[in-house]
Design a binder for this molecule. Structure first.
Ligand code: PNW
Length: 503
């Protein structure tokens, strides 16, 4: 299995203390702007539970997490954190931590159980999100709402393959978005259309480690389908941005954009021009794939067109006009960022379905140097200097304010509840990554507006099930009791003092 394919697998979650490089600087608690927003982030399928409660329809994750043999560590999220039934307690918790923002996602099949544009609305599902939004606002917490965090209604997958059919998906997604803007947009002022299109395209439709695990099915084409999925996401995003700007923006006055994830890539051998080029190309293939059409309103990056040829779909003249028109409306670059990797140019011919630009990724470079100490997951290493470089890379290419919409880590040894609550590894990781933001802002001139930690609480980590804990709040999955970890108090206090220092 490639390193990418294994990213979400349970095997990756094996505790590994790894060699600490010992070279990381201490946390300096550097200042942040007075109006810098701090928040927590979650996703519907990972925390809600209530899998079939109050008329909710099935999503592709309800199906995928029940496959036999299991692809999800033998675990599903039928109950998970039971947030659907404990929402008031969770909002109280956030209030006690002093957060400004809560980023959550709406479960499409909870509000439109069958998902399609002519299918009925589930008013009980709508009422749940109305209750959540009202409660947040009553505590002065701003909701940031993601429309799609990986849980497509199962029925639209059955009908036409969901993302595999651009026209059908786009029409159904437009109707779902319109429903959300109509019902929630009077109070929600920040919208995200899609969470991590790269992961949806590659992990869910090429490696098959996430739902629907499409490449596992007969008759699939991994050479072209991931790029079709990406194309569907870009056009559905642009259509919804256009709709928001025309029909809702003038009265609701909110912001809308997309959330992209990506590592920073360093060359495997810094002296090799081919590896330096590979590191740059890897980021273009990862983030530029979506950010160029969405934020610049241009075609896919030229490097991708040259490499992928006919595997990459074309935009029609109308679609190009849509991209150009909507690009400047996107109000921010939503960045999910966790770690840094090395990129090495390969000389042997790539596999027919290669998606990397013929590059090998690793955590160790040609001199044997690691990107950083390993967290509770093998791929996630502490590398704050790469984060600062990525902030610069994105700012230079797109010149749009950046919001860190996810960042965080599981600690080594976190299965043990004492380690979990006294989470020094995580506090250090978060502290160093916040220092990197401060340097990017004050030393490099990058505009960064906010930081939402992943995640509010331990939850269902997709294919890894409950084996990887990203929360700043511990969840006992037997009793469902929540206990803030020390990092929760660290973030509460550091934002208080860092921002005071800045003002
Ligand atoms: C994100 N990577 O996924 C998702 O948005 C969350 O739902 C998830 O729980 C969280 O990160 C932690 O995994 C990513 O390898 C997973 O670069 C992997 C990567 C990026 C994002």
């Amino acid at each position: 299995m490639s390193q990418e394919a294994s990213m979400f697998s349970a095997a990756d979650a094996v505790v590994n203390y790894g060699p600490s490089s010992g070279h990381e600087p201490p946390v300096e608690d550097l200042p942040l702007p007075a109006d810098f927003a701090w928040g927590t982030a979650t996703a519907a399928y990972q925390i809600e539970g209530g899998a079939s409660q109050d008329g909710k329809g099935k999503s592709i994750w309800d199906t995928y997490s029940h496959l036999e043999p299991s692809h999800t560590n033998g675990e599903n999220a039928d109950i998970s954190c039971d947030h659907y039934n404990r929402m008031p307690e969770d909002v109280e918790l956030m209030n006690s931590l002093g957060v400004d923002v809560y980023r959550f996602s709406i479960s499409w099949s909870r509000v439109i159980p069958l998902g399609g544009r002519n299918d009925p609305v589930n008013e009980k599902g709508v009422a749940f999100y109305n209750g959540l939004i009202d409660r947040l606002l009553a505590h002065g917490i701003a909701p940031v709402v993601t429309l799609y965090h990986w849980d497509a209604p199962q029925e639209i997958y059955n009908r036409y393959g969901a993302f595999l059919n651009t026209e059908e998906f786009r029409a159904d997604f437009e109707r779902y978005a319109r429903l959300c803007f109509t019902r929630f947009g009077d109070r929600v002022k920040k919208w995200v259309t899609f969470n991590e299109p790269y992961i949806i395209s590659i992990f869910a439709h090429l490696n098959g480690t996430l739902a629907p695990g499409h490449c596992r099915e007969a008759g699939t084409d991994t050479k072209t389908e991931p790029w079709r999925v990406g194309h569907t996401i870009i056009l559905s995003h642009a259509a919804v941005v256009d709709m928001y700007a025309q029909d809702f923006g003038p009265s609701q006055k909110g912001d809308i954009s997309i959330v992209l994830n990506g590592h920073f890539y360093e060359p495997y051998d810094a002296a090799s021009p081919a590896d330096r080029d590979a590191a740059e190309r890897r980021m273009v293939f990862y983030m530029g794939w979506f950010a160029d059409p969405v934020l610049l309103g241009t075609d896919y990056p030229a490097e991708m067109r040259a490499y992928l040829g006919a595997r990459l779909p074309e935009f029609t003249a109308d679609e190009r006009a849509l991209l150009r028109r909507t690009a400047p409306i996107n109000a921010f670059y939503g960045m999910n960022h966790y770690s840094t990797k090395y990129a090495r140019a390969l000389s042997e011919p790539p596999a027919a379905d290669d998606w990397t630009g013929n590059i090998e990724e690793s955590s160790v470079n040609s001199e044997g140097k690691e990107t950083g100490p390993v967290s509770g997951l093998g791929w996630l290493r502490v590398a704050p200097s790469g984060f600062r470089k990525l902030l610069n890379w994105v700012w230079k290419r797109y010149r749009v304010p950046i919001i860190i919409t996810e960042n965080g880590c599981p600690c080594p040894g976190e299965d043990d509840v004492v380690t979990a609550v006294d989470d020094k590894f995580r506090q250090r990781y978060l502290g160093l990554y916040l220092d990197a933001i401060s340097r990017a802002i004050y030393e490099d001139g990058v505009v960064v507006k906010g930081y939402y930690v992943w995640s509010l609480m331990d939850n269902y980590e997709w294919s890894a099930g409950y084996s990887a804990r990203f929360g700043i709040v511990h969840v006992d999955f037997k009793t469902l009791q929540r206990t803030p970890k020390n990092s929760a108090y660290y973030l509460r206090d550091t934002f208080r003092s860092r921002r005071k220092a800045a003002s």
